[in-house]
Every structure is written in structure tokens, then in C-alpha cells.
Write a protein that binds this ligand. Structure first.
Ligand SMILES: [Ca+2]
Ligand SMILES: [Ca+2]
Length: 592
């Protein structure tokens, strides 16, 4: 919901852009302002009441950074996370600690560390058997990318140089159609507090990232802004949920890494004042924030989408009708395709894997985090691949060949990292107990890696001693899938925002980008802004045209200003009006 913030910045925009913005702007900011104030205070009183002292995870917001720093120098509890974007920390507190902090005059407020959720999932109504082979098919443009008119502007820009930060479940680092990831980080932890890898074992983050920036090559799909630079922040775990504190860390990291767009296909119904402030501060720092409106077909604000500093995106289907699940209401800003959206997904545990030697297929399972593909060569025994002794080290001959590794002692990721360091192109991990198993490379890996049973491993161990060749494969047929949700609508808007930033040759502000997005959207449903589609369907082509007009308006006003100085525009009164005016400018601008 970009309401009050838009209005505040609108005055600047009008000054700068003159008639263009005033002509197109039609916000109803008073109503949304009041609404926001009511929500804010209702939520404030709710959480003040709800923080009854009990052990749990909290966000503690100090009155300023100095007071937070003072506390950090002599903490009375374990701090799990400290923020710079807001003067706050996250911590697990018991009842007494909560009471003490609530009475501390340095503390502005304490709120529970609420949960956030991924807002999209595999569309089971769509035939997944139409999955294309990433490595052999030609590239298709998903319907949503076409519906938002992205291909119509690709001759002008594909988003190059603009950093889009994706707050999600991570990304499949070794997807062959992955966009350009310039930096990545994980703020998600497991139940023991250990940081999870950025590798996406859920699928949601790889899917939303693909809609923004899947590579424009000759395979798979293509994103809205295929040359945008992706910043990947893992703020949800491999079940698709996370904590508000993880998201605040992700937003802070995105701002620190010069993101222009933050894409948030996630949310929850609990109002977090800390997250609200973090989003406002990111917006003030020059970042445009986009989020999914929610999938419950209700008129209920979902956060972060409903914050004043965030663009809330509802979902439409292939016919531009409201998606049956899409939330609605006064906080909706824009609509975008969110039903049966085709995009990239990681190799899943149900993907076909194979290990072949002696011309025989042996039962093999995918080791999650593997690269897809097929590799062949000599199979070399690496023992446990711990590099502790010669028997547990890959031989140099593994370079360009396949490592056979026994399970045990260290993680699969460590084993495969060792094999990779010796030049292996694939790996087979055999069980150390009876039967087959499913493993996960918790940091992802670029090798093709499968697992086999202990019995097959014993056979392979013996054969490899005297030299044997084989192949290892992980199917590349299921690297794309149809998902539905407002999570799928959100990245279409994020991608178009990136295209606007990339097309702009002056320092455009987030407020100007949102104005352009709203005023260029295709109106749907009731005329004008409405509670189902907001300002309408996001439209890259119309947005870039409007951006160009705004640019001309800025030049025109600067130019006319300069012409008021004596001697500056002598001889430019082409229409003989007695002064240099807009008509003269328009004639001049025709040649630009
Ligand atoms: Ca592609
Ligand atoms: Ca409308």
C-alpha cells in the first residue's frame, strides 16, 4: 500500500515534473492516510496488550541507536541479531527479561518476532507433464512476461545494472537458466540456530527469481528484466516460513548492497511496527519495495504489502480477471499475473537420477543441491573423502572423472567439495548402512551428485579398483514448474520497476517510479483505482513511455529556466511568440 508516502513525495514530484504528474495523478491519500493511522494505533495497542511476559522470540526497539549500543556493551540477555536500519535487536527472552525491558526507559517498545510465509505454491491444476527440457529446448516467454508488456521494451532495456533484491527461500545456484546473481546471503536458521545455506530446497525463491530475471538465452524461460542483477537474501527456511527479524536483516542487507528494488513474495497478518519502520527507512534510502497482497481472498491487510512504503500486488489470471485467491481492499496498489505462472525451480527429490556402470542402471537418488545434467568418465574411489589419509582422499586421476564416495564422518557437502577441489565432474555417494538414502548438500554444489545403496557401493568399490567407466545423471526435464499465488504476481512488478530504473538516465526516486507504475497501469474492473486491481495491471511499455515523458518535462523546465537568463536562448523563438516557450522546446525536442 503506497498511500501516505506517495502523497508526501507527490509535492516534490509535482514541482519537478510540472503538468505531467498532476495530470496523471489521481490518488485518494486522505482516506488512506486516516486508514493507516487507525491501523497503526489499533495494531500498537494490540501488540502492547499481547506482549504478556512469556518466553519467546522478540524484537526490542530502542529510542535511538546510542541507547541500543549502550545496551549491547553490557547485555543482560543473549542477542540473536542486531539491526542498523532500525535501532533494534532480536533476542529470545524469558518472562522476567520481557518485564524488565518493558520498564526500561531506553526501550521504545517490544514486539513478538512474528512469522512470515511464502505466498505461492505449485499449481496442481496445471499439467506438469508439459515440463520442458532445460538443456535441449528452445526458450519460451511465459504468458505473464508478455502480459506485462516486458518484451515490448527489451530493445530499450533488459534491466542491466539494476540490483533487485529477492527476499525469499534462496535460489538454486546451479540452475542452468538462473539469472545473474551478484551477491547472496542467508539469514534463515534451523531449529538449532545454525545458518541455512542460500541454496533453495523449497522452490519458491527460485521461481520468483526466475520471473524477475531468468536468463535470456536459448533455453527454458526468460524473466521480465533478464539482465537485472539479483541480490538473493534467504529470509525463509526450506519449509517456506521465516521470522520478521530475518526479513529486517534482509532488507538492511539489500539497502547496504545498493538494491534499487526489494521484492517480497511473502507476508503475514501480524502487524510489526519494527518491520514497518525498516521498510520506510529502506524507501527513504532510495529503494522501491514490492510485496504480495496475500492468497486468502479477504479484505484484510497483510504485511509488508499493506505498509505505506510498500507496493501491494494483487493477482490476476491469464484473462486479466481477479485470481480467485487474491486478497483485495484499500491497500492494493497494482495487479499482475499470478495464476499458473511458469518459471524456474530447483532439482527436486522426485527428479529421475541414474548411475550406470557395466552398461547397467543402478537405483540412484538425487542428492538435493546437485546440478542437473549427465556426465561420464572413469569412476575413482575416494573412500570417505575426508582427505584425512590416502584411503579417504580422491586420487588426482579423478580430475575430469567421477568420484565414488562412501557415506560417513563428514557432511555430503564437505565430501563433494573435496572431490570438486580435485577436479571431479560428478559424484556417487554410497550408503554406509543397508539400502538407499536421500541426502542434501546443504551448501549446494555444481557437480552432478547422486546416492546409491550400500550393496551397489560395495560392488562399485571393487570394480573401480581395477578401473571402470560409468555415467551419472540427474534429469533436466523438471527444472520448470507452474506456481500460483500473489507471490508470482509480485515479481512481475519488481521486474518492471527494474526496467524503469534501467531506462532512466537521471537519478529517479522510488516515489517517481511508483507514480509511473500507478499512472501507466492498464485500468481493470471499475474505472479508476479500485480495491480489486488497485491502479490496474502493471505495464512495462506504458511505464517506459511515461518515464520518457517525465524526462522530457524535466528537461523542458530546466531548459526554459535557462532561457530566462539573458543571452542563453537568443534566436530560439521559432514560433515568433515574443518569448522562448514550450512550443519552441517541443520543436527542438523532436530532433532528440
Ligand atoms: Ca532462458
Ligand atoms: Ca480499475
Amino acid at each position: 500500500m503506497l498511500g501516505c508516502a506517495t502523497e508526501y513525495f507527490m509535492w516534490e514530484t509535482q514541482d519537478k515534473h510540472g503538468f505531467f504528474m498532476t495530470k496523471y495523478s489521481e490518488p485518494s491519500p486522505r482516506r488512506t492516510n486516516n486508514w493507516l493511522v487507525i491501523v497503526f494505533f489499533t495494531a500498537l495497542s494490540l501488540f502492547v496488550q499481547s506482549v504478556k511476559a512469556q518466553t519467546g522470540d522478540y524484537i526490542i526497539v530502542y529510542r535511538n541507536h546510542l541507547q541500543k549500543q549502550n545496551m549491547l556493551m553490557r547485555p543482560t540477555f543473549t542477542v540473536s541479531r542486531s539491526f542498523n536500519i532500525i535501532p533494534a535487536i532480536a533476542a529470545r527472552l524469558d518472562a522476567n527479561q520481557v518485564k524488565q525491558l518493558q520498564a526500561n526507559p531506553d526501550v521504545e517498545y517490544i514486539e513478538p518476532d512474528y512469522k512470515i510465509y511464502a505466498l505461492g505454491s505449485i499449481d496442481t491444476n496445471t499439467d506438469s507433464s508439459s515440463g520442458i527440457n532445460a538443456l535441449s529446448s528452445s526458450q519460451t516467454i511465459p504468458y505473464g512476461v508478455t502480459m506485462v508488456n516486458a518484451p515490448a521494451v527489451w530493445s530499450r532495456t533488459k534491466g542491466a545494472g539494476v540490483r533487485v533484491a529477492v527476499m525469499d527461500t534462496g535460489i538454486s545456484m546451479y540452475h542452468p537458466d538462473r539469472g545473474d546473481v551478484v551477491n547472496s546471503v542467508s539469514f534463515a536458521t534451523d531449529q538449532n540456530g545454525a545458518i541455512l545455506s542460500v541454496e533453495d530446497f523449497h522452490g519458491h525463491g527460485t521461481h520468483t527469481s526466475g520471473t524477475i530475471a531468468a536468463a535470456d538465452n536459448n533455453i527454458g524461460v526468460v524473466g521480465v528484466a533478464p539482465q537485472a542483477d539479483l541480490l538473493i537474501a534467504k529470509v525463509m527456511d526450506n519449509t517456506g516460513s521465516g521470522d520478521v527479524s530475518w526479513l529486517i536483516s534482509g532488507i538492511e542487507w539489500a539497502v547496504d548492497n545498493n538494491a534499487k528494488v526489494i521484492s517480497m513474495s511473502l507476508g503475514g497478518y501480524d502487524y510489526s511496527a519494527a518491520l514497518d519502520t525498516a521498510c520506510s527507512n529502506a524507501y527513504a534510502a532510495g529503494v522501491i519495495l514490492v510485496a504480495a497482497a496475500g492468497n486468502d481472498n479477504v479484505n484484510t491487510p497483510l504485511y509488508p504489502a499493506a505498509f505505506g512504503s510498500v507496493i501491494s500486488v494483487a493477482a490476476v489470471d491469464q484473462n486479466k480477471n481477479k485470481a480467485s485467491f487474491s486478497n483485495y481492499g484499500p491497500t492494493i496498489d497494482l495487479a499482475a499475473p499470478g495464476v499458473s505462472v511458469y518459471s524456474t525451480v530447483p532439482v527436486s527429490s522426485t527428479t529421475n537420477a541414474d548411475a550406470i556402470w557395466n552398461s547397467t542402471s543402478h537405483q540412484a537418488n538425487v542428492v538435493l543441491g546437485t546440478a542437473p545434467g549427465e556426465v561420464g568418465g572413469l569412476i575413482c574411489n575416494c573412500g570417505l573423502a575426508t582427505s584425512a589419509d590416502e584411503g579417504n582422499t580422491c586420487p588426482n586421476s579423478v580430475a575430469g572423472n567421477i568420484a565414488h564416495i562412501r557415506r560417513g564422518n563428514i557432511t555430503f557437502a564437505q565430501k563433494v567439495a573435496h572431490a570438486k577441489s580435485k577436479g571431479a565432474i560428478g559424484a556417487i555417494i554410497s550408503n554406509n548402512v543397508s539400502g538407499n538414502f536421500n541426502g542434501t548438500l546443504n551448501d549446494g554444489n555444481s557437480l552432478v551428485v547422486v546416492s546409491i545403496s550400500q550393496a551397489d557401493g560395495d560392488e562399485l568399490q571393487t570394480l573401480a579398483q581395477s578401473g571402470i567407466t560409468g555415467t551419472v545423471s540427474v534429469d533436466a526435464n523438471n527444472l520448470y514448474a507452474y506456481y500460483s499465488g500473489t507471490s508470482m504476481a509480485c515479481p512481475h512488478v519488481s521486474g518492471v520497476a527494474a526496467l524503469i530504473f534501467a531506462a532512466d538516465d537521471y537519478n529517479i526516486t522510488p516515489a517517481e517510479v511508483s507514480n509511473i507504475l500507478f499512472n501507466s497501469a492498464q485500468d481493470l474492473g471499475q474505472p479508476g483505482r479500485d480495491d480489486i486491481f488497485g491502479y490496474g495491471l502493471v505495464d512495462a511499455y506504458a511505464a517506459l513511455n511515461l518515464e520518457k515523458m517525465n524526462l522530457l518535462a524535466v528537461f523542458a523546465s530546466d531548459w526554459l529556466q535557462a532561457c530566462s537568463s539573458p543571452g542563453w536562448c537568443d534566436g530560439m523563438d521559432n514560433n515568433q511568440s515574443g518569448r522562448v516557450d514550450f512550443v519552441d522546446f517541443a520543436a527542438l525536442a523532436q530532433d532528440w
